[in-house]
Design a protein around this ligand. Structure first.
Ligand code: NAD
Ligand code: UGA
Length: 461
């Protein structure tokens, strides 16, 4: 039964990086709605109910505290919440399939399908089901079939409302989105359901930023947005390699091309590689979909974006090896940062994972420091636990090291006392700036040999 104290009962299944922040913002902006977030992971739900949230995201605790207990609830009672809700967002994980047909590329939809089947089993009234997870184009067709093949006479309308937030800026992305996209079937029932969801966002998002489209365009737009973003990074990273051969400076090239308003200046920072749980997974999914429609040229085109990213990570370590006299065996190397980007503790697909593993293969002694991601780093590298040190204080981490490799663009790293760090390191001392965030000239003057990405190096020998 719906909770009649509220004008809508909204549920989100999946209390992760997307479900938690998205629903917290809806609840904070719309006190007239009851927003419940459920998960099978009881520890995660306990954390959402505490002041020690399960994810690190700037500003999120304040938003949660505004609404929690008022109209925002975190629970493990999934079935009761399904019965109560009129609108259900599904934000469970959709990782790359690791088995069977499409292994390594296709999206693994088992969590989504289980959720859909549970909704059908438990529901006692009509509902709008919203794809919040990123899904292959045409998933709504299968979901509609599963949901509507019930013998209870209950009608489910499936919509697509992909999420575009980026970690580290999730709260502001949700509060001021570039756009909100809602895809529906263009039937009277589809349009009615779509308008109900438009009404939710219209509480704080300007009308012109709420886009509606057919459901397939909406599903596909999410994959394409991530593919285009990642493509820009692979493009500039490919140019960073050429810059290193030609004494051009990739930051200067980025600035010069980014001032062309047709190109735009965002997402042109060269890096050790893009990470995060979605770029690679979503592109591989796009590749798989293209392949399954026989579009092998299109598939190959997009696959290059991922292959270039792999190359950039490999190239970074190969360069370290070459510069450090072709061996890092027995040398201590401090990785500054392990999160896949700054302002998050998330390490999923972080380029630092590959760099650490490659360095370990070369028998380097790896020390990892990060202000938020050490717990996740320990999990990611559990198999190598006896070979790695995890040290919170960057000064301690760099003690006795031959080299520092910047993996994450934490602003803290720009403000460190590098004279102090230098004094405790082995000679010659190296800095490999995988994010181009440090002051290379200054580091060189202190005595470091500095190797930025795609920029001329500064070395004393
Ligand atoms: P996540 O792994 O952090 O969270 C998913 C949650 O779903 C987990 O807590 C898991 O326990 C829960 N879950 C799985 N099966 C369940 C079930 N049957 N019932 C209840 N709960 C269940 O994942 P995420 O990063 O939040 O991503 C979720 C989706 O959103 C993915 O499709 C992803 O591609 C997409 N997405 C993610 C981001 C991001 O920044 N992380 C941004 C946009 C879109
Ligand atoms: C990305 C998209 O930006 C979001 O719109 C999308 O919703 C999300 O994926 C998703 O679907 O999961 P996110 O992965 O959280 O968000 O973070 P980004 O800021 O996109 O960064 C991704 C990776 O690219 C990071 O490793 C980052 O360091 C790297 N990056 C980014 C660069 O190397 N250079 C750049 O110029 C920008």
């Amino acid at each position: 039964m719906s909770d009649t104290r509220f004008s809508k009962n909204i549920l989100c299944i999946g209390a992760g990086y997307v479900g938690g922040p998205t629903m917290a913002v809806i609840a904070a902006k719309c006190p007239q709605y009851k927003v419940t977030v459920v998960d099978i992971n009881a520890a995660r739900i306990d954390a959402w109910n505490s002041d020690n949230l399960p994810i690190y995201e700037p500003g999120l605790l304040d938003v949660v505290k505004q609404a929690r207990g008022r109209n925002l609830f975190f629970s493990t009672d999934i079935d009761a919440a399904i019965r109560e809700a009129q609108i259900i967002f599904v934000s469970v994980n959709t990782p790359t399939k690791t088995f069977g047909e499409g292994a390594g590329k296709a999206a693994d939809l088992q969590y989504w399908e289980l959720t859909a089947r549970n909704i059908v089993k438990v529901a006692t009234s009509d509902k709008i089901i919203i794809e919040k997870s990123t899904l292959p184009v045409k998933t709504a067709e299968a979901m509609g079939r599963i949901l509507n093949a019930n013998e209870k006479g209950i009608k489910f309308e499936v919509l697509s409302n992909p999420e575009f937030l980026a970690e580290g800026t999730a709260v502001s992305d949700l509060e001021k989105p570039d756009r909100v996209l809602i895809g529906s079937q263009l039937t009277p029932e589809g349009i009615k359901a779509r308008d109900e969801v438009v009404e939710i966002y219209a509480n704080w998002v300007p009308d012109e930023k709420i886009l509606t489209s057919n459901i397939w365009s909406s599903e596909l737009s999410k994959l394409v947005a991530n593919a285009f973003l990642a493509q820009r990074i692979s493009s500039i990273n490919s140019i960073s390699a050429l810059c290193e051969k030609t004494d051009a400076n990739v930051s200067e090239v980025s600035r010069a091309i980014g001032m062309d308003t047709r190109i735009g200046n965002k997402f042109l920072s060269s890096s050790v590689g893009f990470g995060g749980s979605c770029f690679q997974k979503d592109i591989l999914n796009l590749v798989y979909i293209c392949q399954s429609y026989g579009l092998s040229e299109v598939a190959d085109y997009w696959e290059r974006v991922v292959l270039m990213n792999e190359y950039q990570k490999r190239r970074f370590v190969q360069n370290m090896l070459k510069v450090m006299f072709n061996t890092v065996a027995g040398k201590k190397i401090a990785l500054f940062g392990f999160a896949f980007k700054a302002d998050t503790g998330d390490t999923r697909e972080s380029p630092a994972i590959d760099v650490a593993k490659q360095l370990l293969e070369e028998h380097a002694k790896v020390v990892i420091t990060d202000p938020q991601a050490l717990n996740n780093a320990k999990i990611d590298l559990a198999a190598y636990a006896d070979k790695i040190e995890f040290i919170e204080d960057p000064y301690e981490a760099a003690k006795g090291a031959h080299a520092i490799a910047v993996m994450t663009e934490w602003k803290e790293y720009k403000a460190l006392d590098y004279k102090r760090i230098f004094s405790g390191m082995e000679r010659p001392s190296f800095v490999f700036d995988g994010r181009n965030i440090l002051n290379h000239e200054e580091l060189f003057n202190i005595g470091f040999n500095v190797f930025p990405l795609g920029q001329p190096n500064h070395k004393h020998f």
